[in-house]
Design a protein around this ligand. Structure first.
Ligand code: 3PG
Length: 306
């Protein structure tokens, strides 16, 4: 079987080597399409692939239409808003993700960006500390839990809300305090870190009203998806509330407008959350193993389009 790795933002070499080893050990062949800039190159590469590994690469209806032999696509990562699941299902293609494999990398970046922000981007001016501050986690899944664990080490007081978990489930590990709803999280916390997927319900949900509930000096951290932010209303709020800061690993469409808020806004030039050797190895090799198991035994653990 031919396994294509199509990554506009490539994995670290050590991860590609690991993926190759798993694929070849299982009797398959590996094809690589890295740093492509023309979607036609993706269409051409996927034409005879039996399996596909991607990151945030968009697996659209068109990609699926060009895939004549495709049986399985694995998003090496957590968020799968880049996969057209209906198009996969229509063609009988199994779609999977690799939940949890890159979550520590994202969580470490959250804390790194936070320190960078509270120390005024290392500009020499006196900043503030995280110890004793209240951190709110919007969603308490794999990434949220890792952020909570690390934030505890900083001496932060951790709160969480998750639409799919009860207060008992959130508090079971003894790290975070559950709050009743999203609004309460923003009202309570000095820092709110987003760990929600981009879905019909969450798109544009982080807005003027919600962020406006934050106490003085509130910091919003986004390592989730840019689509969850209502950019126009956040810009409006930051214009009115000169104390609010926005730190993001996903550059907003309105980057130029946000940049006007000097000292209160930071965006990484390219999404860096999962961009570590360890996360690339974990997610990439998990994807290769899931594909190999699927071909060997029909295993569909982590299938998204059941
Ligand atoms: C994820 O959903 O797993 C993360 O956002 C990482 O995305 P990436 O593979 O594009 O870095």
């Amino acid at each position: 079987m031919k396994v294509l790795v199509a990554t506009e933002k490539p994995f670290a070499k050590v991860a590609v080597d690991g993926i190759r080893e798993v694929v070849e050990k299982n009797g398959h062949t590996l094809a690589l399409l890295e740093k492509y800039t023309d979607v036609n190159d993706f269409y051409a590469a996927v034409a005879d692939a039996d399996a596909l590994i991607v990151r945030s690469d968009k697996v659209t209806k068109e990609v699926i239409a060009h895939a004549n032999n495709l049986k399985i696509v694995v998003r090496a990562g957590a968020g799968f808003d880049n996969l057209d699941l209906a198009a996969c299902t229509e063609k009988g293609i199994v779609a999977m993700n690799t939940p949890g494999q890159n979550s520590n990398a994202v969580a470490e970046l959250v804390m790194g960006m936070l320190v960078y922000a509270v120390r005024n981007f290392y500009n020499g001016k006196s900043g503030s500390e995280l110890m004793g501050k209240k951190l709110g986690l919007l969603a308490y899944g794999n990434v949220g839990r890792n952020v909570a664990r690390i934030a505890k080490g900083f001496g932060m007081d951790v709160y969480a809300f998750d639409a799919f978990l009860t207060a008992e489930q959130i508090e079971a590990d003894g790290v975070a305090h559950a709050v009743a709803n999203q609004a309460a999280l923003f009202e309570t916390c000095d820092v709110v870190s987003l760990h929600i997927p981009a879905t019909a319900e969450t798109k544009n949900s982080i807005n003027y009203d919600l962020v406006g509930k934050m106490p003085k000096g509130g910091i919003l951290v986004n390592t989730a998806r840019k689509e969850v932010i209502d950019e126009a209303s956040l810009l409006k709020l930051m214009g009115e509330r000169t104390d609010i800061r926005y730190i993001t690993d996903i550059m907003p469409d309105a980057d130029a407008e946000f940049k006007a808020f000097e000292g209160r806004y930071f965006a990484t030039p390219k999404k860096m959350g999962a961009q570590t050797e360890e996360a690339n190895i974990n997610a990439g090799i998990a994807a290769a193993n899931q594909i190999s198991n699927f071909f060997a035994t029909g295993c569909t653990k982590f299938q998204l389009n059941k």
